[in-house]
Write a protein that binds this ligand. Structure first.
Ligand code: AMP
Ligand code: MG
Length: 313
């Protein structure tokens, strides 16, 4: 797919068309409740290779596989009692589980970057859910942006990132959560570990599972958590109480700016606005981006995690 930027409507006819493209090994950008994903069938090496190529993503960075149901997930990974409990509580939803890969799992080796584990998620977004049900195949889907760039929470962001190389995008407007999924690794017999903070806060997981395991002795690797990521293409300064020089100011609460992530200091609202603000900053002609302090409560941990990486670019 090249040369033009096309959208697909999120109705039954559009979803059927997207399913057809995916079934024949093509790419489609699909809305999820976290961010837009660049989807391809996970069982075909050629389809998965196109994801890495389109994103310019290093091939040691494995992909999250999206499933239609818990049953589809159980065909791909070994679910122990803790995994079952997490899925029962948080699926469908913005939680990714890293679990032991089943030997007979039908996924292309590039999906897992050759690891003995696989990252799985059942999305809640009605369009993604319907697409997966209709296709009845697992879909590998990282965020639909060039590697290292800001993730897309709207079709315009996908087009801005891929330009002429953009796959067709199912247009369902803005994503609700606006930050990538929380990732939890389950080491059999060694407890759980948070690999990436996200919309489901660590406190919620602790409420269900107790304390996290110490990473020493853990067998699951966590590749690809790049220190540099989410770059708006210019320096990012954090914890600014006022704009510094020629900057695009991202406000929060009482600290106002060119945009305010949430004037009423609501963390969920701030998370849903973060990437749109960074995309806007990237389009501005300011020399740098200044960001107001964001507290660490709830989703604040995930917001600060992304901002820290954006500032390391
Ligand atoms: P994304 O960049 O949103 O597609 O998220 C993919 C991230 O999930 C990767 O950067 C890894 O950190 C993590 N991940 C995916 N598969 C695995 C795996 N098998 N083991 C550990 N982490 C994984
Ligand atoms: Mg990404």
């Amino acid at each position: 797919m090249s040369g033009k930027q096309s959208t697909i409507s999120p109705d039954a006819a559009g979803i059927a068309r997207a399913a057809e493209i995916l079934r024949s090994g093509g790419l489609v950008a699909m809305p999820t409740e976290t961010v837009y994903g660049l989807a391809a069938r996970a069982d075909r090496a050629d389809a998965v290779a196109q994801i890495y190529r389109t994103k310019g993503r290093p091939d040691f960075n494995p992909l999250i596989v999206h499933v239609a149901s818990l049953d589809m997930a159980r065909d791909l990974a070994v679910f122990d009692e803790v995994a079952e409990r997490l899925a029962a509580r948080f699926w469908p939803g913005p939680l990714t589980l890293v679990l032991p890969l089943r030997k007979d799992a039908r996924v292309a080796p590039a999906v897992t970057a050759g690891l003995g584990t696989i990252a799985l998620r059942q999305p809640r977004h009605p369009v993604a859910a319907q697409l997966l049900r209709e296709l009845a195949l697992p879909l590998a889907a990282p965020s639909a942006n060039r590697s290292n760039a800001v993730s897309p929470t709207h079709p315009d962001h996908v087009f801005a990132s891929f330009g002429d190389q953009s796959p067709p995008v199912i247009d369902a407007g803005s994503c609700r959560a606006g930050l990538e999924s929380t990732i939890v690794a389950l080491d059999p017999g060694a407890g759980w570990r948070l690999l990436r903070p996200g919309p489901i806060a660590a406190e919620e997981l602790e409420g269900l599972l107790g304390r996290q395991a110490k990473s020493r002795g853990a067998t699951i690797e966590a590749p690809g958590q790049m220190k540099t990521h989410y770059s708006p293409g210019r320096p990012v300064l954090l914890n600014c109480n006022e704009p510094e020089g020629n900057c695009f100011m991202i406000g929060f609460g009482d600290v106002d700016g060119d945009v305010n992530l949430s004037a009423k200091a609501d963390m969920a609202e701030a998370a849903s606005q973060l990437y749109a603000a960074l995309h806007q900053a990237a389009k501005s002609d300011c020399q740098r981006v200044c960001v107001a302090p964001i507290p660490m409560q709830g989703m604040g941990q995930a917001i600060n995690d992304r901002l820290k990486r954006a500032a390391t670019s």
